[in-house]
Design a protein around this ligand. Structure first.
Ligand code: FMN
Length: 174
């Protein structure tokens, strides 16, 4: 198997991160990979907000926890020091597909560099609220964006688990 296929097959969600910040070149490489995802009609509808500021990261975690309905003290980002938030322009018909593909690129790029990564949900609710809108406003981002997902990123604090067996009848060939 070539290296790309190995990365695609071995990517697993990480649910325990070290607090250490990743290297700038690692972050830059993951982000760049995200920007090269295919998009409908090549419109590049998604944007990525890379959060490395601890205070903002903790506020997002708290917001996400509340939306998810977990008990106080739970960190839905599992201690990851970096959160990459993917949003996409609502007026582009393919925006959810575009943003999801960016998420895939981010996770697979992270895997290729040996970084722990996981898709964390509820970005849609976060960015439909005043909390999220304020973040966009502060960055000078105008227009209507839908939150697609968060890619939590960092150094894994536990070994990757084995993949669940693939279900039967996943693939049909004619
Ligand atoms: C759309 C989507 C949303 C997800 N949201 C969460 C989440 O909020 N919290 C979480 O712990 N894992 C989340 N995951 C990770 C999945 O639980 C994980 O991908 C799945 O269990 C398969 O495991 P694997 O990624 O190791 O192959 C999400 C994955 C996807 C694709």
């Amino acid at each position: 198997m070539n290296e790309t296929l190995t990365v695609l097959k071995e990517r697993r969600s990480c649910r325990k991160f070290k607090p250490d910040m990743i290297k700038e070149e690692e972050l830059a490489a993951v982000l760049e990979a995200g920007t090269y995802a295919a998009t409908g009609k090549g419109r590049q509808s998604p944007i990525i907000i890379a959060v490395t500021d601890k205070e903002l990261r903790d506020r997002i975690s708290e917001e996400n926890r509340k939306i998810g309905g977990w008990d106080e003290g739970f960190d839905p980002f599992y201690g990851a020091p970096v959160i990459l938030i993917v949003l996409a322009q609502k007026d582009v018909p393919t925006h959810v597909y575009d943003g999801s593909l960016v998420m895939g690129n981010l996770m697979n790029a992270a895997q290729s560099l040996g970084l722990g990564n996981i898709w964390i949900h509820r970005a849609k609710e976060e960015f439909a609220s005043d909390f999220g809108r304020e973040i966009l406003q502060k960055l000078g981002i105008e227009g209507e964006y839908e939150g697609i997902g968060h890619c939590a990123l960092g150094y894994a604090a536990e070994p990757a688990k084995a993949a669940a067996p693939r279900k039967e009848h996943y693939v049909y060939r004619i």
